[in-house]
Write a protein that binds this ligand. Sequence first.
Ligand SMILES: C=CC1=C(C)c2cc3[nH]c(cc4nc(cc5[nH]c(cc1n2)c(C)c5CCC(=O)O)C(CCC(=O)O)=C4C)c(C)c3C=C
Ligand code: FE2
Ligand code: FE2
Length: 342
Amino acid sequence: MADNAPTTAVLLCNLGTPQAPTTAALRSYLAEFLSDPRVVEIPRAAWWPILHGIILRTRPARSAAKYRSIWTAEGSPLLLWTQKQALMLQGWLAQAGLPTTVLPAMRYGQPAIAAQLQALMAQGVQRVLVLPLYPQYSATTIASVNDAVNQWSTGVRALPELRFVNGYHDQSDYIAALAQSVRQHWQREGGRAEKLLISFHGIPQRNVRLGDPYAEQCHATTELLARELQLNSGEYQLSFQSRFGRAEWLQPYTEPTAIALAQGGTRSLDVICPGFTSDCLETLEEINQEVRDAFLKAGGQSFRYIPCLNDSHAWITALSRIAQQHLAGWPVADKNTSQIAA
Ligand SMILES: C=CC1=C(C)c2cc3[nH]c(cc4nc(cc5[nH]c(cc1n2)c(C)c5CCC(=O)O)C(CCC(=O)O)=C4C)c(C)c3C=C
Ligand SMILES: [Fe+2]
Ligand SMILES: [Fe+2]
């Protein structure tokens, strides 16, 4: 352990991704993901036969084919962006006078949350800020990350101090980073499309009825972004993608919305996904391949996908400000000098 290693860390948590775009890797990833009771709330006795008897026999091959269409020579886009964001955030925080170790971690798959927390303990870290890469709070995502941290804690005697960020759907730097990415897109493309479709990952409608604030936060992000871009109500539309299973999910659904827009005469569409901070299967394949094809087939002429925030400077600045807001009050001590950063 280096004597001058930071004693404070940020664990930058994302959803996770399969190890490889293969049926076997997808089976193991989906088994872990879909066994999480935060994700599927059906009683275990009823869910197990469906998961193991049907879903894990059929879905892995189909999902693997989709992953193959977005996989890069270096691996899964979601993992690569998350790793890059962690490195950049560590640099930004150091520049701000907060020497902090930043490690990426995945809720499902590798690098696992428990293993990364263990690595931080081995470095002598005493305080950990758990920062999820989901701007909008949902029990299916952020609470599940917290569960994984708390599960790890149950086996640890000398715990670090822990803080959890519960989302930042209305944080001004996050909204500014989104607005900047839209403006840059308009500049690159030589102007606006007729409509901006703002698509978020869905969740079951039932979760919202039971108190999940996710839908409300997606709406709030949308309104803040539209206001920042000075869009009037006819120039943008919110929708929800990635429905899983047969239950009713948040509506309107993205693909039928894009089709209805094309059939209603909208010829050009810009699409942004503010709930995803890294490009991944859900944006690169579902939006930029499936929804694109559906829009064009229904009569649309121009479908323009706006990339996620990924490694944009505005986004890393936002992440750094969000981290600093939540690190406030924690001593950032150098072990040698016990100096406290201002
Ligand atoms: C951004 C927030 C996300 C929420 C909310 C969310 C809820 C949720 N997801 C599923 C089921 C699946 N999601 C899958 C992929 C996936 N989901 C998110 C994010 C959210 N999910 C991301 C970033 C990704 C892509 C990961 C990648 O490797 O690129 C998948 C796996 C792919 C597939 O087989 O379709 C499933 C399954 C549920 C059931 C749910 C809420 C109840
Ligand atoms: Fe998902
Ligand atoms: Fe999907």
